[in-house]
Write a protein that binds this ligand. Structure first.
Ligand SMILES: Cc1cc2nc3c(=O)[nH]c(=O)nc-3n(C[C@H](O)[C@H](O)[C@H](O)COP(=O)(O)OP(=O)(O)OC[C@H]3O[C@@H](n4cnc5c(N)ncnc54)[C@H](O)[C@@H]3O)c2cc1C
Length: 341
């Protein structure tokens, strides 16, 4: 990935975190650099890259700016689900504009995987109609909802089968609720989307009706390697900070060496052939939580000041405890917190 692009994103990462404003300029820079077509076929103006290459680029981006890289994951998840569907109409309708950055799409799928799983009734219900489906409920988490032309989202039918659709955000009955301030990533404009009897025609259907629709097709899987890649990217930024401090403070050399080895292990795991996504996430989560705290301890009171790199990294690390975090990874994190490994 271009050094200049990464440098420019890194320079503005603190400001975007502090302002909480949507990173329009950063997303334009990605478009100009041709980085919006990773999962879009060439026929629609994309420039597809392999899974390994995308993981490497996500890591670099997260080191530079977690906000931008996180938004890109959600947007790419939507592109992947559309591109890998069998719906040729929606592909020709949406993918060229997505590849150029003229439009934005995102995902709201957590209610089918990691959110609201303890609720007896589905949070988004679908009813079959003559022209397609009628959707009602609230999609709890949608990054960049206010900027999206389409939200790839799911709903549950009365027989418990599920559908996945590219929801057109201008459909009557769709409203984006206000986004709130978050511990970090407020600038991702993550908000609930309310659906009141929204008629979604069959031409927007990406998959289903089928049981467990998210297990079919590719794109933005829960706890996927990409989520670990982002955690590793933030961890690397902390490692760089610790290395800079250790250059002038000899007493920090053992700490730097220990984290170096720790990071190398996560790096090796992420680069290995077919790594276990669960293990990678457990290790990457553990590392980013510990190394960001070490960065704070090392930078002391200065690092505790709002806007300092260490202060931001600590808040960003917390995100990995809740984002796309499958139950076994949560359990491993809790075990580590009570020192029961
Ligand atoms: C910044 C951010 C951006 C995100 N962006 C997206 C996005 O773009 N697209 C997307 O699909 N997802 C997104 N997510 C969602 C994310 O991946 C997780 O699904 C989400 O964080 C899970 O949290 P939840 O509060 O919805 O979980 P829930 O499981 O719904 O928990 C909510 C509350 O319910 C209670 N509870 C939980 N489990 C139980 C239980 N077993 N019994 C009784 N009570 C219980 C607890 O009090 C808990 O606080 C985002 C999340 C964040 C934080």
């Amino acid at each position: 990935m271009h050094e200049e692009l990464l440098k420019s994103l890194a320079e503005r990462a603190g400001a975007v975190d502090q302002s909480g404003e949507w990173p329009t300029a950063q997303l334009s820079e990605l478009a100009e650099a041709g980085e919006l077509g990773w999962f879009i076929p060439e026929e629609f103006g994309g420039n597809p890259i392999s899974g390994e290459e995308s993981l490497a680029r996500y890591r670099e981006l997260a080191t530079a700016c977690l906000t931008t890289s996180f938004i890109l994951t959600q947007r790419n998840g939507a592109c992947q689900r559309i591109a890998n569907s069998e719906n040729d109409w929606i592909k020709s309708e949406s993918l060229a504009d997505l590849a150029s950055g003229r439009t934005f799409a995102t995902v709201g799928i957590s209610h089918l995987t990691t959110s609201r799983q303890h609720m007896a009734r589905p949070v988004v219900a679908a009813e079959p109609t003559a022209e397609g489906f009628k959707l009602s409920g609230t999609v709890p988490w949608v990054t960049g909802a206010a900027y999206a032309k389409y939200v790839v989202t799911g709903a549950v039918l009365p027989n418990r089968e599920q559908i996945l659709v590219a929801l057109p955000m201008n459909a009557p009955g769709v409203s984006v609720l206000p986004h709130t301030r978050l511990l970090s990533l407020t600038a991702s404009y993550t908000a609930p989307v309310q659906l009141e009897d929204v008629v979604v025609e069959n031409r927007y259907l990406l998959a289903g009706p089928v049981e467990n629709v998210m297990s079919k097709g590719k794109g933005g899987g829960t706890g996927s390697l990409v989520t670990s890649g982002l955690a590793a990217g933030v961890a690397y930024r902390c490692l760089q900070l610790i290395e800079r401090e250790a250059e002038r403070r000899e007493d920090l050399i053992p700490t730097r060496n220990a984290f170096h080895a720790d990071y190398a292990e996560v790096d090796e795991l992420l680069r290995s052939e077919n790594p276990s996504a669960e293990l990678a996430r457990e290790r990457a989560n553990s590392l980013v939580l510990r190394i960001s705290q070490a960065a704070l301890a090392i930078t002391k009171g200065a690092g505790f000041v709002t806007g300092h790199e260490a202060e931001r990294a600590i808040r960003e690390a917390m995100f990995f405890l809740v984002w796309s975090c499958p139950q076994p990874v949560v359990a491993a994190a809790l075990d580590e917190l009570v020192c029961r490994q």
